[in-house]
Ligand binder design. Sequence first.
Ligand code: NAD
Length: 477
Amino acid sequence: MNFDRDYKMLIGGALVDTADALEVANPATGKPFATCPKAGGEHLDQAVAAAQAAFPAWKATPIDERRALLKQAGDLIMANADALASLFTREQGRPTELAKQEIFGAGFWFHSTAALDLPVDVTEDNDQRRVEVHHDPLGVVAGIVPWNFPVLLASWKIAPALLTGNTIVIKPSPFTPLCTLKIGELVADLFPKGVINIITGGDELGPMMTAHKGFAKVSFTGSTATGIKVMQSAAADLKRITLELGGNDAAIVMPDVNPDKVVPQLFTGAFSNSAQICVANKRLYVHDEIYDKVRDGLIELIETAALGDGSEQGTEFGPVQNKLQYDRVMALMADAKAEGLALHHGKDGPNEDGYFVPLTLVDNPPEDSRVVQEEAFGPILPMMRFSDLDEVIERANATEYGLAGAVWSADLEKAQEIAARMETGTVWINQNLQSTPFTPLAGHKKSGFGAENGIYGLREFTQPKSVFIPKSTDSVC
Ligand code: NAD
């Protein structure tokens, strides 16, 4: 297989091209380097019809056979990690070594999800009857994926949907379609035709999917603004939905930690993937007693971080993924400058055409400034002082988002008390950016609806069906 060309959609087991093409740019140069298919309504109809046709037999396939195929899919992805990672860097921007971690992460997710189980629950079992709760698949799932973790987040949808007996149509972001298309090619002959379909196109393809009557469920990851549109559209025929949306996650750093140990971890939590992580540390609240030391330590790391083209050796941070996002982050930066806030920048990028944003720390901006209130989704981190714990928890919770948060403290009991008061779907104590295939990621407030991963995630792809079974046939014979 050639990973540098021939990007085709996967529909009903066939690799499909379209007359129209979608250009894909390299964020390190701003220049298109590949084209891929641009699906219209007829391709979407074909993909849904193929997934519908495949559904009855896939649903009836013993779960152990479905597990085995998912594991093989994981193996294929990992066996091609080098080629996929190099393509990943060109379309997404992330340094290749880190891109490879995402490819292995997706393989790991296929394997781990395949090992999960959603057994029949028994809610009553006595002399008269037994009541069982089965978990039926829903039908055809629409999986809509963003550009920041394009491969991993697709695996979070494909693996649980297929394990539970659904079939799926996946749509990657128009900014990062290529690795997903190549993964489609890798697994084209593995799964029965139509079980997994991958279509690519512009943003207009998303609303066409959420309005399509052939889908039973939409599993969406992306911004809160789009998530609201997805929910509105899905409401028309009561499609099931899972929404993994934006966040503006707070980290609270207590005065009892050692700044030298914590600073590198805070830096990673805030700036990994050039801060384009839904659960990145996006607001940093540091106790007054250690504020200056933590700030100075972060500035030192920011100033020495290597920003560049992810395909170059030694690059630690790549560009922002696309022009729209670049413009958003630069607008936030301009706004912070205009407000007179204290900004500390890292190195500039290697050229003016790529979407390079220097890593930036904003020193103690007011709580109501845009850079604190909005999800930046780019490398500009506001860091604020606090001295009163109750007050800082209130500030951390004063947001419409509730994705994740972190507490840093030498007192684990105290940290758990703080965690209990945080209004987020995940809280990390003395760590960050952790997620596992066995643990739900579920956004509170406007960060989401439903959950991904683990048994909680599997349930999202199923319909509970209660079956009442009498112990005797006396009532009918
Ligand atoms: P986005 O909402 O612009 O796009 C996400 C996907 O939705 C893309 O595939 C896009 O083509 C599609 N889309 C666009 N308009 C649509 C519509 N009207 N109906 C249906 N689909 C539509 O998001 P993005 O810019 O790609 O991603 C960044 C956002 O995603 C950030 O807010 C980030 O926090 C969030 N995110 C959340 C998680 C999570 O697990 N909670 C994970 C990653 C990213």
